[in-house]
Each structure stands twice: as C-alpha cells, then as structure tokens.
Design a binder for this molecule. Structure first.
Ligand SMILES: *Cc1c(COP(=O)(O)O)cnc(C)c1O
Length: 417
C-alpha cells in the first residue's frame, strides 16, 4: 500500500493506485473447495444434472431447517423466484414496494404487468416506512413487497398488520438477509412468503440461485409446479409455468457454502468491526449499525456520507476511492423510480420519495467479505480520512478538471442532472 501524503499521491490526480489488487464489493464467499469438487464429481457420475436432483433436495431441506420454515423451493435465481412468488400469491394491479432497492424487486412485478408503486423509506433503517405504505394503498393495491435491505429486517410486524387489515398479500424480498434474524426469529418465516438470493455476490451463493420459503402448503405446491412448466406428471401440465429450476452444481455449491457460513460471518463481522474502529470519530461518515442482539450476516458495510459535514460529495469520494482500485459501490443509486421504464411512467414519483432521494446521494458500500483483509481495510480508511482532511483542495481540483469542456463522466451523473 502506497501512503498518501500529498495530493498528487492520489491516483485520481495521477498517483499510483493504493491497491495493486482491485478490491470489490461482493466478491464471492467460497467454502471448502475439496468438498465442492467431490460433490461435482458425484453429480457427473450420477448424470443427474437438474430436475429436482439429490443436491437440490438436500439444499432445500437444509435451508428450510436453518430458517425454520416448512417449505423451501430452490430456483435458478431470486428474480425468477420473485416472479413466481408474486404470481403464486395472485398479486395484480398495484403492489407497494420501496424504490430504494435493487431493480429486480420492481422488474419482477412489471414483467407481469403489475404496477410497482414506490413508497418512501424510514431513513434510519433504510426500509419501507409502514405509515407511508398505508397512504399509498388504493383500490387496485393487492400486495406489499418489503425488502430487508443490508440484512436489517424491515418492519414486518407493522407490514403484516397492514396486510391483514387491508386484505393484502405480504411478500418479502430477503435477498440480503439469509442468516439474519428479527426479534430472535430467523428471516424467512415472515409474511406470506420470503425470497432469498444465492447470487455470487450475496452472502451465501450457489453461483446463481434463489429460493422461496413459506409455511403455506398450498402456495408452496403451486410454486413447485410453476417453476417446472406447471408439470404435475409426465406429459401433463396443470398450470401456467416457467422454467425456474435450480441445477445440481448450483445446489452443490449452495450446500458446500452452507457448511462454511459461520466462517463467512466471522470474517464479515471482523471486517465490519475493523471499519468501525478505523472510521470512528470521523464526523460526517456514519457506518450503518446492526442490532447486536440479532443474527446478522454482515455482508454489507455501508457508510452514509453527510456532504454538509465533510465538504466532499459521496460521488467525489467514490471517484477518489475507485481511482485507488477500491471499487466502492453506490447501492441503490439512483433509486428504481429514476430508472426506466418507471422514470418515464412516473416522472413525478420523486415528490413522494424525499427520504429515498436524500439517501441515494449519501450511501456508499465498501469492500468486504472473505477476500478483504484487515490491512486492506486500514488502507481504505486511510484514503477516506485523507480525502476528508483535504476536501477543499480535492473538490477544487476535481471541479477544475470538469470546466467547461469536460462533460460529466458517468451516465448516472448525467441522469441525475
Ligand atoms: C440481488 C437482489 C435481487 C435479485 O437476485 P438474483 O438472484 O440476482 O436474481 C433481488 N432483490 C434484491 C434486493 C437483491 O439485492
């Protein structure tokens, strides 16, 4: 790691990048390689590659037991799992969701011509604000999809209460929350169903993969048919279905990673603590908190940047860090409502989303996971401190480079303006 003592040492101004290795957010966590290869060999020997094979069945059993639900239906990814759960729960018309989420939450609805209605969030927890959810209900509303962003539970108690009172379905996008709990109960058992993602970047991966978990026998049966073309038997389809099946190698990866989960959490927690120590006392940079009483996967290290306190914008800090090969990410900028097709269909959605609009300019996700060391975290934090200490010169030089011939560099910067 190169120490930064002068402005010209910053890679953004021509210095050598601090890290030779490119540091990512969401580098995959990989369990015991030997066990994985044994299992893959086993699959190849058996020549049962997909269609509800033994590893898929084992993965489903283990996930259901771990989460404490009756049914787990493994699928090819969480987006298809969301689409299938939405259809199985018979959502239609309008469904209320946060805009501050990954775009798949919205697309899974729009894909089947259901209108996602974007609702604002509670800025403290970054999840749906139940009071605002209730205000967004219309006669066309059939459901709510809550998201447990960063693995912190959304207010499932209030959302369940609203859903029950207003006759709505409650689905939870739990893509971030495998291994997390709410009031001591594992996430996965709330609402009518919950959806996990096992994508490579998520806490627990099956290469690509997802699952719906539920305690509802009927919905579970329906989803099992739907993910397999609606087949109830050879040559017999009883239902409109699609192909949402998980394959055996994915399931083998999932099972292998389930066995390594405690190690992943230990490393993530160590990294999170390290960031906390290194950034302590830096005013204007707040590391989001996790409730120590709950189980958590600590997969996301998220800082909130208060530009008015540190004098440098989130985007400028991102530019500085990315030049150093620290590929921080601004999840979930600019908010679903500012992306197509929603941006065109609801050009004024932002008026109802003041907290979302603020938060999308403040949040930055930092590299963590099993491939990031404590020393690298110290280095990253040193760059952040240096940038904050030299904010006046840095912002001046970054802005100088822009006037007036240089257009904004990124597409998203343009969209924002
Ligand atoms: C990753 C993610 C998804 C989509 O998961 P895939 O398995 O990649 O399809 C959905 N919702 C949220 C909140 C996510 O972060």
């Amino acid at each position: 790691m190169q120490d930064k003592s002068a402005l010209d040492d910053l890679a953004v101004f021509g210095g050598t990048p601090a890290s030779e290795e490119v540091l990512h957010v969401g580098r995959p966590n990989i369990g015991d390689r030997e066990r994985l290869l044994e299992r893959i060999n086993d699959i190849l020997e058996r020549k049962w590659l997909t269609n509800d094979g033994p590893y898929v069945q084992e993965f489903e059993r283990r996930v259901a037991a771990f989460v404490g639900v009756k049914h787990c239906i493994a699928m090819c990814n969480a987006t298809v799992a969301l689409e299938i759960a939405i259809r199985a729960l018979e959502m239609k018309g309008e469904v209320i969701i946060p805009s501050f989420t990954f775009i798949a939450t919205a697309h899974a609805l729009q894909w089947q011509e259901i209108t996602p209605v974007f609702c604002d969030i509670d800025p403290h927890i970054h999840n749906l604000d139940p009071i605002k959810v209730e205000e967004m209900i219309t006669p066309r509303t059939t459901g709510i999809i809550g998201v447990h962003l960063w693995g912190r539970a959304c207010d499932v108690d209030s959302l369940s209460d609203i859903a029950a009172r207003r006759g709505l379905k409650l689905l939870l996008d739990s893509a971030h929350a495998f291994g997390c709990s709410h009031k001591g109960r594992m996430i996965g058992g709330f609402g009518h169903a919950e959806v996990f993602s096992f994508h490579a970047t998520k806490f627990l991966n099956s290469l690509e993969g997802g699952a719906v978990v539920t305690n509802d026998d009927q919905v579970a049966r329906k989803m099992r048919l739907m993910k397999n073309f609606g087949f109830t038997y050879y040559d017999r389809s009883d239902y409109i279905g699609t192909n949402g099946k998980m394959n055996e190698i994915s399931a083998a990866m999932g099972v292998t990673n389930l066995e390594a989960m405690d190690e992943f959490i230990a490393v993530n927690y160590r990294n999170y603590q390290k960031y906390g120590q290194e950034l302590a006392g830096l005013e204007g940079i707040d590391l989001i908190a996790y409730d120590e009483k709950e189980k958590c996967n600590y997969q996301y290290v998220v800082i909130e940047i208060d530009e008015s306190k540190i004098g440098i914008t989130r985007d400028q800090l991102m530019e500085v860090l990315q030049a150093e090969n620290v590929l921080v990410r601004r999840y979930f900028y600019p908010g679903c409502h500012r992306m197509e097709p929603y941006r065109s269909s609801f050009p004024h959605a932002g008026l109802m989303l003041p907290e979302t609009e603020k938060l999308t300019t403040r949040v930055l996700c930092l590299p963590t996971g099993t491939s990031v060391s404590e020393d690298q975290i110290s280095d990253i934090c040193q760059i952040i401190r240096f940038a904050v200490e030299h904010e006046v010169e840095i912002t001046r030089r970054l802005n100088e480079g822009r006037v007036p011939t240089n257009p904004p560099t990124s597409i998203s910067a343009r969209q924002r303006d």
